[in-house]
Design a protein around this ligand. Structure first.
Ligand code: MN
Ligand code: MN
Length: 462
């Protein structure tokens, strides 16, 4: 008998379904994201997230990595790298020459950094000057409550931790914008210049010091308050890393509460799933390595970015201690570059090619390649790697989808994938689709967050 069109469609065509097909999985996704939201609220800078991860690893029994030490299968170790990156590993049962299972996410997010000389007074108010970090749409950062996070060093070398704007009752800060009544000239600007880099000034005070003799009375009063609270002087702001981030907490989005809205989900959403999968893995076959790195948003540069050797030095040290050839170990490794991708947005449908877009709620998204202008700077994963990975995901009933960032000639982006692939480690991009990526309030589907975690778990167990 001839197959019906419906039967043919089922047998021959490929449609992506909703990630959540049953109530039980839905419930698990919602429960998983309760702790995820806590995680987002606990850390809003790479330093804070690294610290939170270290605490969670220690609580899970991880021991600080000791170079030169030989570990037993099943042992769990971690390395906090220069306060901004974390590597966590579970020793596998097979020889390290058989390769690592690497899962790399990043824990830095777009934000505003204070400049080295940030403090100034103008118009009877005190401000911090900023320099934006990563790709932000500057106009999105005006007129929203902001918090100040960071560290500064006193003359005597003591570290001071600054965190204002998160607790109930804390003051918040903001970037001001023009009123519509006076914006005729500003309205003629192009959108990227709606608020310009030099206009990203943070309002931090308006009370003058009582003594009229002072040259800048509000600036001095603000510095006095900072000195009373943190012991710092203006010079100490030079030896500081202070970041301005949105002050709001992670919230459920939608009547169904099926999404999470929060700052910094690129890429803490994948970092969280990667960390949870790593913490929960017991006695893996291959040595699992979860990498939570810094500086992805500015091209993985510097000593805490994956374009530095720190991860590969760690892997080599492990190999040396276990008598394994690191070249063989790298050749036989596989890496997930766990990073977010753009979720299809019907309001901005023009930016996407619907068949190759990834959708919120349709599972963890695999990106064969990233890059821009003809895959430039992409780490293009092989068909072999896709075949290997999708088989595992199907077997483990992980809902996944595949796609590209957006329309071919519209733009693009990169991830850490190419910096890992440089070491002859096959690498593929995979992660959670995000709405309003790089904005102060990014939105993800809880089902996708959960499926990303399931994917990472399935991967490191192979
Ligand atoms: Mn990212
Ligand atoms: Mn990003």
């Amino acid at each position: 008998m001839m197959e019906s069109a419906k039967q043919l469609e089922e047998r021959l065509l490929y449609t992506r379904e909703y990630a959540v097909q049953d109530e039980q999985t839905n419930e698990k996704a919602h429960v998983f994201c309760e702790d995820y939201k806590q995680f987002l609220n606990q850390g809003k800078t790479e330093r804070e997230v690294a610290k939170v991860c270290e605490e969670r690893l220690l609580a899970a029994g991880y021991k600080a990595f000791e170079p030169g030490r030989r570990y037993q299968p099943g042992e769990k170790i971690y390395l906090l790298h220069r306060e901004k990156c974390v590597i966590a590993a579970t020793i596998g049962s097979v020889d390290m020459e058989r390769g690592f299972r690497l899962n790399a996410a990043h824990i830095d997010s777009p934000r505003l950094d204070l400049r080295p000389m940030p403090l100034f007074e103008n118009g009877g108010m005190a401000f911090f000057r900023t320099h934006y970090y990563g790709g932000i749409r500057k106009y999105q950062w005006g007129t929203i409550p902001l918090a100040i996070h960071g560290v500064a060093y006193l003359e005597n070398g003591r570290q001071v931790v600054i965190n204002v704007g998160e607790e109930e009752g804390d003051p918040v800060f903001c970037i001001t914008d023009l009123l519509p009544h006076l914006s005729a000239k500003q309205n003629e600007r192009k959108l990227p210049d709606g608020i310009k880099g030099e206009e990203l000034n943070i309002l931090i005070g308006s009370e003058p010091i009582p003594d009229p003799e002072a040259k800048k009375r509000v600036k001095l009063n603000t510095m006095l308050l900072l000195n009373e609270k943190y012991g710092i002087t203006e010079k100490d702001l030079v030896r500081a890393e202070i970041e301005i981030v949105p002050a709001q907490k992670a919230r459920d989005v939608g009547f169904d509460r099926a999404m999470v809205g929060a700052y910094g989900q690129d890429d803490r959403v994948d970092a969280y799933g990667a960390l949870m999968a790593e913490i929960r893995v017991q006695d893996p076959i291959h040595t699992t390595v979860c990498i939570l790195t810094d500086k992805e948003e500015i091209g993985s540069e510097g000593v805490t970015g994956l374009n530095s050797m720190y991860l590969f030095q760690f892997l080599r040290q492990l190999c040396v201690a276990h008598g394994a050839d690191d070249i063989l170990a790298f050749q036989n490794s596989i890496c997930l570059s766990a990073d977010v991708t753009a979720a299809y947005d019907p309001t901005w449908a023009d930016a996407f090619e619907a068949d190759n877009a990834t959708y919120a709620g349709k599972g963890v998204a695999i990106m064969k390649y990233t890059g821009a202008r003809g895959k430039s700077a992409a780490s293009d994963a092989s068909a072999e790697l896709l075949a290997w990975l999708t088989k595992i995901l199907d077997e483990q009933k992980v809902a996944w989808q595949v796609g590209e960032l957006g329309k071919v000639d519209l733009g693009g982006g990169g991830t850490v994938a190419k910096y890992v692939a440089y070491h002859n480690i096959p690498t593929i991009d995979i992660g959670v689709p995000v709405l309003s990526m790089h904005s102060p309030f990014e939105v993800v589907s809880k089902a996708d967050v959960y499926m990303a975690y399931k994917a990472f778990e399935a991967f490191i167990r192979q």
